[in-house]
Design a protein around this ligand. Structure first.
Ligand SMILES: CCC[C@@H](/C=C/S(=O)(=O)c1ccccc1)NC(=O)[C@H](Cc1ccccc1)NC(=O)N1CCC(N2CCOCC2)CC1
Length: 218
């Protein structure tokens, strides 16, 4: 696998979206992954609808949380995802307004990835951005640099947030540092702020390795 990779440099990540005050991180994590899979298979980067999942995925709990694994299944059952434009985001659960004839992207199945960070990084560089889940406690205080929280502040068994892993690499923490610091660049869709979070790579920090998944587009 390459020493570093960032799908933002290869056109597979749509611009940052605003999740608003709704616990729909699970939907953003999955649409981000499918946007990447669709782009790599069909060469078109679409912005896909999270609201369709909030409204029409009856297994998950809309703004009160969900699981990417359930969302993939809901998308398969529905028949695919509409675009953000056709089914736009409001940040609250409404009646399902899905229309089969408006499907812009579909998936054939989904898969759980390895729990080994090296294998996850290699898979990402080869196949696209990955839906991941983690303990988001430290993320809320993130300012810059590479976050490397103490385990007590980021219990890997207390996973509460789903985001999109877009790349990995090494970053010197300061101008005078010589030892580059390995990191994972995680696309954050936090309800309060939007942006990128860089998390230390190599110690399964915050449980980032535990629930990595992807849709499969044939
Ligand atoms: C209230 C839901 C918050 C939301 C994310 C919100 S968020 O706004 O993006 C955010 C989170 C953290 C810091 C800042 C912002 N979290 C989720 O959707 C998380 C994401 C997650 C957690 C664990 C593993 C994988 C994915 N999921 C949840 O919170 N879930 C709700 C309970 C559900 N249970 C399933 C079994 O039956 C009982 C209910 C599982 C999914």
């Amino acid at each position: 696998a390459p020493a570093s990779w960032d799908w933002r440099d290869h056109g597979a990540v749509s611009p940052v979206k605003n999740q608003g005050m709704c616990g729909s991180c699970w939907a953003f994590s999955v649409t981000g992954n499918i946007e990447g899979q669709w782009f790599l298979k069909n060469g078109k980067l679409l912005s896909l609808s999270e609201q369709e999942l909030v409204d029409c995925d009856g297994v998950d709990q809309a703004c009160r949380g969900g699981l990417p694994s359930n969302a993939y299944e809901a998308i398969e059952k529905l028949g695919g995802l509409e675009t953000e434009t056709d089914y736009s985001y409001t940040g609250q659960k409404q009646t399902c307004d899905f229309a089969t004839n408006k499907v812009a992207a579909y998936i054939n199945s989904s898969m759980e990835l390895s729990k080994d960070e090296k294998e996850i990084a290699a898979w990402l560089a080869e196949n696209g951005p990955v839906s991941v889940a983690l303990n988001a406690f430290a993320m809320q205080f993130y300012k810059r640099g590479v976050s490397h929280p103490f385990k007590i502040f980021c219990n890997p068994w207390m996973i509460d947030h789903a985001v999109l892993l877009v790349g990995y690499g090494e970053r010197t923490l300061c101008v005078f540092c010589f030892s580059p610091y390995p990191f994972l660049s995680v696309f954050v869709s936090l309800s309060l702020s939007q942006g990128y979070y860089y998390l230390y790579r190599g110690s399964n920090a915050c449980g980032i390795n535990k629930m990595c998944s992807s849709a499969v587009v044939n």
